[in-house]
Design a protein around this ligand. Sequence first.
Ligand code: SF4
Length: 87
Amino acid sequence: MTYVITQPCITVKDASCVAVCPVECIHPTKDEPEYATESQLYIDPETCIDCGACEPECPVDAIFEEEFVPEKWKNFTAINADWYKKR
Ligand code: SF4
């Protein structure tokens, strides 16, 4: 299980979630070069410990536990995971 960052993050990239993640599995962070070029942030499903700390921090409600990702944004589960596969 993992948490997933979805559509509302696009162009917002608030990054409040990054500060609260205990395992630093949300990237790119504001000090990484990809922050400028990526349209959203992503959660690494291999590292996420499913703690839920990030979800309430998001000002645009973009973060969901995997099984509660709205149907229209289900593709974001793969979008998050794929970003780490190409790193
Ligand atoms: Fe990090 Fe916890 Fe959010 Fe997973 S659920 S991305 S471990 S803050």
